[in-house]
Design a protein around this ligand. Structure first.
Ligand code: FAD
Length: 383
């Protein structure tokens, strides 16, 4: 069944318009049958479609890893409670998704066995989401108040909030976030500090040029704003039972989930060795390197290696480039993936990669080319 699903899905994914066609058909079928569902979604669906497609792709790509797929779907189900989604929505979505897949399939004849395979797969997927949502006794959303908004770079802000009650997320996880300036436009952000009883949480937000939400988060956030946060998601974590040391590679705000994990590890007596490569285009993009240096100075298991593509800051960034404290690694030059792969194979490590989708793809590719097996590499879904 897995190979049948994969083959039919790639015939859609590899066609230029296949992904857009699939999600457009899905939403149009859903809203035609149930016009009242439209209000649950943001006014513009152009950004949601690719996310739905990527989530489906993530599930299909990882079908051999049942634990990972089930965990992902359960988290997605818990997260969907923020939209007010219930049992009725899931059964409606099943029919629309099947119709969309069938309608986007262009390669060969759609057979009854494909209908069976896709029906079973969609039912399993949506049942897992619905059951996880029904069984979760945590709130669907948490309110949080912005207590600090620090513009660390022109296009990057560190936002600190206090949640109304503590959110039990794991260090390395991300959450759905809705800001008052962009209602109903949820975006994922990774927590940059571990969960704590005071309900403090910190996000590092990079302004994406032309984006709907991140410019508002960076430019318009005010102390006192009320944000809404969804259920914790994601599975980046250090496997303490594997006996393997850790390689972490983060770029830009992608360091946030790695930072939260090393902060959490710093509270423990024993840890595996961690090599943390921190990348960015310019030296100034390593905007939090000094915090990481401080952690590594008092935690000998942590090695921090700064990496930037350019040696100098752009002319408009006038602050001096920080120098590492004595004894710590000096900055290396290049893209993080290439620099890390130059050290050879990292086959004896457990590996986490975090950054923009293109950084993750190029880094994973560079590691693989350098002899590191793919099954050792973890990253968040590219959604
Ligand atoms: C698991 C996960 C964790 C994330 N954690 C963080 C985080 O901690 N901090 C943070 O700043 N962002 C994070 N993001 C990205 C964030 O969720 C938004 O996608 C990003 O802020 C852009 O939103 P937007 O509404 O401004 O852009 P949109 O209006 O959604 O998109 C505008 C355009 O920008 C492109 N785009 C979207 N994201 C990026 C990106 N990261 N780099 C380059 N181009 C992009 C889109 O493809 C689109 O073409 C995370 C994303 C995921 C999936």
């Amino acid at each position: 069944m897995i190979s049948r699903l994969r083959a039919s899905f790639s015939s859609i994914a590899l066609t230029e318009r296949g992904p857009t066609r699939l999600t457009t058909l899905f939403f149009s079928s859903l809203f035609a049958e149930h016009p009242d569902f439209r209000v649950l979604f943001p006014p513009a669906l152009d950004k949601l479609g690719p996310r739905v497609f990527q989530a489906l792709k993530f599930v299909i790509d990882n079908l051999d890893d049942e634990e990972r797929v089930m965990g992902f779907l359960a988290q997605l189900g818990r997260d969907h409670r923020k939209y007010g989604v219930d049992e009725r929505h899931y059964s409606a979505a099943a029919g629309s998704l099947l119709e969309a897949v069938q309608g986007s399939f262009t390669q060969a004849i759609w057979t009854p066995s494909l209908t069976t395979a896709w029906t079973e797969f969609i039912d399993l997927m949506l049942d897992t989401m619905a059951t996880a949502a029904a069984e979760d006794d945590l709130p669907a959303t948490w309110g949080a108040t912005v207590v600090d908004h620090e513009r660390r770079l022109d296009d990057l802000a560190i936002v600190r909030l206090e949640t109304d009650s503590p959110i039990p997320y794991g260090a390395g996880q991300y959450l759905s976030v809705q800001v008052p300036q962009r209602p109903r436009m949820w975006r994922y952000l990774s927590a940059a500090i571990p969960s704590n009883p005071a309900g403090q949480i910190e996000f590092h937000v990079r302004r994406v040029s032309g984006g709907w939400v991140s410019p508002a988060m960076v430019n318009e956030t005010q102390v006192g704003d009320r944000w809404l946060l969804g259920s914790p998601l994601g599975g980046l974590q250090v496997d303490r039972d594997s006996g393997r040391d850790v390689l972490m590679i983060g770029s830009g705000t992608g360091i946030a989930p790695l930072r939260a994990q090393v902060m959490e590890m710093a509270m423990r007596a024993h840890n595996p060795r961690v090599h943390l490569f921190v990348g960015g285009k310019y030296p100034c993009d390593l905007y939090d390197i000094e915090t990481l240096w401080q952690i590594s100075l008092s935690n000998p298991w942590l090695t921090v290696v700064p990496v930037s593509e350019e040696d100098e800051n752009p002319w408009w960034h006038t602050a001096p480039v920080p120098e590492p404290p004595p004894g710590l690694h000096r900055r290396l030059l290049g893209k993080p993936g290439r620099v890390v792969a130059e050290f050879g194979s990292w086959a004896d490590r457990q590996i986490q990669v975090s950054g923009s989708p293109s950084m993750i793809k190029t880094t994973v590719y560079a590691l693989q080319r350098g002899g590191t097996p793919l099954n050792l590499i973890r990253h968040d879904p590219l959604i």
